[in-house]
Ligand binder design. Structure first.
Ligand SMILES: [Zn+2]
Ligand SMILES: [Zn+2]
Length: 333
């Protein structure tokens, strides 16, 4: 499949998930690099990320010279930026240099990333991965321990975070440190225990989400949505202020359910006439119980729209646009 000409950040994210399973990964890497250097990305600022991805693909196929060339190009394109994309590119370049046995150059690339451990969530993983390839787990452990210490100091006297969200960056540091220390065969210390408590909470939260019944994924096509909200303005709180928000909410909820391991997801196309008929003469169509009953009514499953649809297929919302250009990106808003 030749790459299209205006790859978005979202496309790159998706390619990162699927690239290694591509029929011709090295061809894909070359196409990506070419798209980046020819300025054929939707956002020219993504060139560095596209080249980094090309480097990782080539690295995974042990085409280390090509990988290093892409990584060099990535850094060139990122210039003096010190954002997450730049940290990722440097970590990948350092990792490739380690694989090439060029230890000193590798360390010269990785060492300056230490402060980034306290700035970007992904830095802990990318820096540890590079050091692990270089057989430098001791350094990784030391750097991560210091960063954890600093992150805790920065929190002041705050009590231990009870959720991963609350822990923020600290969680990523604790998690990597915990892994590295296991790899080194070290005994648990207090910070490993903290990491494990947070990891358990995260696992429990996903398990809960996976067990939770799928809510009523009522989907109102555009004209129906407008009619619904005109008649019952209070329903904007359940379905969104406008049709864009309605679709974004559904897409996000579906992505969340899929991430929690749900399959067989589908949307239930709804109509105001159908809802009103279901509510009957004395029911209130805007009552949540009525809406839920309407979603579960016998026969509701007929006409449901399976989700997700193919990226290049018509979007589930009926807009006529391709899914990848329409509702797929809405989950990221
Ligand atoms: Zn452990
Ligand atoms: Zn759509």
């Amino acid at each position: 499949m030749p790459l299209k000409t205006d790859l978005t950040s979202a496309d790159l994210d998706e390619l990162r998930q699927t690239a290694l399973g591509a029929a011709d990964p090295l061809g894909l890497a070359a196409d990506l690099a070419k798209a980046a250097t020819d300025g054929r990305l939707a956002d020219p600022d993504d060139a560095g990320a596209a080249l980094t991805l090309a480097a990782e693909i080539a690295e995974s196929r042990t085409k280390l010279d090509a990988a290093l060339r892409y990584a060099d190009q990535a850094l060139e394109s990122l210039g003096k930026r010190d954002d997450a994309a730049s940290v990722a590119a440097r970590a990948v370049r350092g990792r490739i240099l380690f694989r090439l046995g060029r230890e000193e150059e590798a360390l010269a690339e990785i060492e300056p990333l230490r402060p980034a451990l306290l700035q970007h969530n992904d830095a802990a993983a990318s820096v540890s991965a590079a050091l692990a390839v270089g057989g430098r787990l001791r350094e990784a452990e030391q750097w991560l321990s210091e960063a954890v210490q600093q992150a805790l100091t920065d929190r002041g006297n705050a009590t231990e975070p009870t959720t991963v969200d609350e822990a923020g960056l600290l969680f990523f540091l604790l998690q990597q440190r915990h892994r590295v220390r296991h790899a080194l065969g070290l005994q648990h210390d207090a910070h490993d225990n903290m990491a494990e408590r947070l990891e358990t909470r995260l696992a429990n939260a996903s398990a809960r989400a996976a067990a939770e019944p799928v809510g009523d994924l009522l989907f109102w096509p555009r004209a129906e949505f407008d009619q619904l909200i005109t008649q019952w303005p209070a329903l904007t709180s359940s379905f969104g202020a406008d049709w864009d928000e309605h679709r974004a909410r559904l897409e996000r909820e579906l992505v969340r359910l899929a991430a929690a391991g749900r399959t067989d997801l589908a949307l239930l196309p709804s109509t105001v006439a159908g809802l009103t008929a279901f509510a009957g003469g004395d029911g209130d169509p805007a009552d949540p119980k009525t809406l839920s009953g309407y979603a579960k009514r016998p026969g509701a499953a007929t006409g449901q729209i399976g989700w997700p649809v193919e990226r290049n297929a018509a979007c589930w919302c009926g807009s006529g646009s391709k899914y990848k250009k329409c509702c797929l990106p809405r989950s990221r808003g």
